[in-house]
Design a protein around this ligand. Structure first.
Ligand code: UD1
Ligand code: CA
Length: 449
């Protein structure tokens, strides 16, 4: 059956204490909103509608960045969850099938959970969970497998507050039934809001059935504060780490490795402690990431060895068996097969040919204060330690640069470039200088007394 998705994302998120709309705060390298949209997208909805309000411009941009085809509707004033769903109805005009309502601030709902809701038989299906501490959640009144109504905490009696089966906020219902029920919701309650939860009791009066599908409480975690955001990050990281390990990746100390939602790591790759994967990073099989690396927007090929303490920035592409060692930064550069860049180096806007060795302390001087320039280094070249490559510059295949050179002109292939002052040895002068300096110091000290 066809499905559609409504994602509520109009709320202010006051407790975040932030200028950024709540749903745009990130976990695992993507905004909360994208996580909700992604798990919703897994059930292959025919339409997706995001309800924006606070920070609508930014939220719209983010929603469109996820999927250009998504509809964004504006809820100018936040009058409650039913009122929010009401705003989405025109965008679902003509749609027949099931509608799932998700919250943009609830990033951990699994697609499997949504599938279970879609398979349930009742007209309205609510995602519930057994709460360790039910707090201010809406309570689910269930009898013999049927859901009778949802009572908001504020409106519940002391007896009703004892119920521990709570409302996650995720609801799935037939599109036509949902539209009809939502239009009928009033705001005669403790907060004066239009509660989406009221459609259960109203549905029963209209002869519709309702039931609860449950999931672990961890999935329903909604973000209202920075502390919640950190908890959501932790839960998402735990999930992502488990996934990569299942795929055959060794994480020596999984709790210290941070992954992005889109991190891909191949089988038999070993990732040491304290490695951070930013967005858009892929690592092939049998690579080795040593401790304390920061990797983002980069690709690491089979058999490559990176770190410890390496930083790969967007556009860094390491071919097979490349070695990038400690305190090396690589940005927007392609390193061909077998390149070695062992220590203390910056490679930016460069191409390094296969099996070239880059000596310690090499820097591509790629920026002149206004524009970026490229450095081309050929294959089987040897860049001496502490070479400054002032771009734009080209080093030919098999060429060498002498240590400490400042290379401003192209170096033809198989050529040695020496670009530093010639050394002069002055015999005995060091000893004389030591004497001179010592006597000066003594005179100063005598004066001071
Ligand atoms: C809601 C549920 C409650 C459930 C809880 C789970 C209702 C009436 N109550 O309560 O039963 O236990 O979620 O977290 O539905 N939003 C809008 N527009 C609005 C109002 C809300 O887009 O006018 C969005 C918010 O941005 C948020 C979500 O809907 O993402 C939930 O709203 P919130 O006000 O947090 O609902 P709760 O009071 O937590
Ligand atoms: Ca909430």
């Amino acid at each position: 059956m066809a499905t559609a998705l409504i994602i509520l994302a109009a709320g202010q998120g006051t407790r975040m204490n932030s200028d950024l709309p709540k749903v745009l705060h990130q976990i695992a390298g993507a905004p909360l909103l994208h996580h909700a949209m992604r798990s919703g997208a897994m059930v292959e909805p025919e339409r997706m509608v995001v309800v924006a309000g606070h920070g609508a411009d930014e939220v719209t941009k983010a929603a469109k960045a996820f999927d250009e085809a998504v509809d964004v509707v504006i809820q100018a004033e936040q009058k409650g969850t039913a009122h929010a769903v009401l705003q989405a109805l025109p965008a679902l005009e003509g749609f027949e099938g099931k509608v799932i309502v998700l919250y943009g601030d609830t990033p951990l709902i699994r697609p499997e959970t949504l599938e279970a809701m879609l398979s349930a038989r009742s007209d309205v299906v609510v995602l519930g969970f057994e709460a360790a501490d039910p707090g201010r959640y809406g309570r689910l009144v269930v009898h013999l497998g049927h859901l009778y109504r949802i009572i908001e905490y504020k409106d519940a009696t002391a007896e009703e507050r004892k119920i521990t089966l709570c409302n996650s906020g995720v609801i799935c219902a037939d599109a036509k039934a949902l539209a009809k029920l939502v239009r009928g919701v009033g705001n005669n309650n403790a907060s004066g809001e239009y509660y989406l939860t009221d459609i259960i009791a109203a549905g029963r009066v209209a002869g519709l059935t309702a039931e609860v599908v449950t999931c672990p409480e961890a999935e329903t975690l909604g973000v209202n504060s920075r502390a919640d955001l950190a908890a959501a990050e932790a839960a998402m990281q735990a999930r992502l780490r488990a996934e990569v390990m299942e795929n055959g990746v060794t994480l020596t100390a999984p709790e210290t490795v941070f992954l992005s939602w889109d991190t891909v790591i191949g089988r038999d790759t070993v990732v040491g402690p304290h490695v951070v994967f930013g967005p858009e990073t892929t690592v092939e099989s049998e690579a080795e990431i040593l401790p304390f690396c920061h990797l983002e927007g980069c690709h690491i090929s089979r058999g490559a060895r990176v770190g410890p303490f390496a930083r790969l920035r967007p556009g860094a592409e390491l071919a097979e068996d490349v070695h990038v060692g400690n305190f090396v930064e690589v940005k927007n550069s392609i390193l061909d097969e077998g390149v070695k860049v062992g220590h203390l180096t910056y490679l930016g806007d460069a191409h390094v040919g296969e099996h070239t060795n880059i000596g310690a302390g090499t820097i591509t001087c790629n920026y002149d204060g206004v524009s970026k320039h490229r450095t081309e280094i050929g294959a089987r070249a040897f860049i001496g330690s502490d070479t400054m490559l002032v771009a734009p510059v080209t080093i030919g295949d098999g060429a060498m640069t002498a240590s400490g050179s400042v290379i401003t002109d192209d170096v033809p292939e198989n050529t040695l470039a020496v670009a530093r002052a010639r050394q002069v040895n002055k015999l005995g002068l060091a000893a004389k200088l030591f004497e001179l300096f010592k006597s000066r110091k003594e005179k100063k000290q005598e004066k001071a007394q």
